[in-house]
Design a protein around this ligand. Structure first.
Ligand code: NI
Length: 200
């Protein structure tokens, strides 16, 4: 039966089926939630061994970017522990895919987080989490690029202080563009599921 001999109803049904098929096909190729968002950009920081590190060093790699500080009492350790466990799981289930991901921990407390401090801290959660710090100006610049807020809190009587900061685990693509927020509130399972969804 060619197109001209089809009844209007049959034709409409054919169109509907085509639309349904498109719908069915659209989920695996769904748009990344952060596609087009103004997040990410060039940065220059310092790694644990005192080496200058820029965004270009990670070209071609997925990145998971987390901002925090090593004196953080609870939030940063919780999120980094979940990220570390997610990486261990991926390394067990799909080492090739895990190797495509570079997790980064960027300090928002450059005054206390020296390169050596940030390196040891990040690596304690997973040896592949790269701790980065920089001058206050470099940190301000990278936080701005990543739309991350941070602000030191007033000093406590003992002289210590906290740093209020955004709590985001950002998945960035090999092109440095944002893909999705990894749901740290859903624990390791949630993080792994979201990585599975987008890292190919
Ligand atoms: Ni924190």
């Amino acid at each position: 039966m060619n197109e001209s001999t089809r009844s209007p109803i049959a034709r409409r049904r054919a169109v509907l089926c085509a639309l349904l098929l498109l719908g069915a096909c659209s989920s695996p190729t769904a748009q990344p939630p952060l596609e087009g968002a103004h997040i990410g950009g060039p940065f220059t920081l310092t790694s644990g061994d005192g080496r200058t590190v820029t965004d270009r060093d990670f070209a071609g790699k997925y990145r998971i970017v987390y901002f925090g500080f090593t004196h953080c009492p609870d939030v940063c350790p919780t999120d980094l522990a979940a990220l570390g466990e997610a990486m261990r799981r991926l390394e067990r289930s799909d080492p090739k895919r895990a190797a495509k991901i570079q997790p980064l921990f960027i300090s928002v407390d450059p005054q206390r987080d020296t390169p050596a401090v940030v390196k040891e801290y990040a690596a304690a959660f997973h040896p592949r989490i790269l701790g980065l710090t920089g001058t206050p100006r470099q940190i301000a610049a990278v936080a701005k690029e990543y739309a991350v807020y941070y602000a030191p809190e007033p000093a406590q009587p003992g002289g210590g202080y906290g740093v209020d900061h955004s709590r985001v685990l950002l998945l960035m693509g090999p092109d440095g563009k944002p893909i999705a927020l990894l749901p740290q509130d859903k624990g390791v399972d949630g993080i792994v599921a979201e990585i599975d969804r987008w890292v190919t």
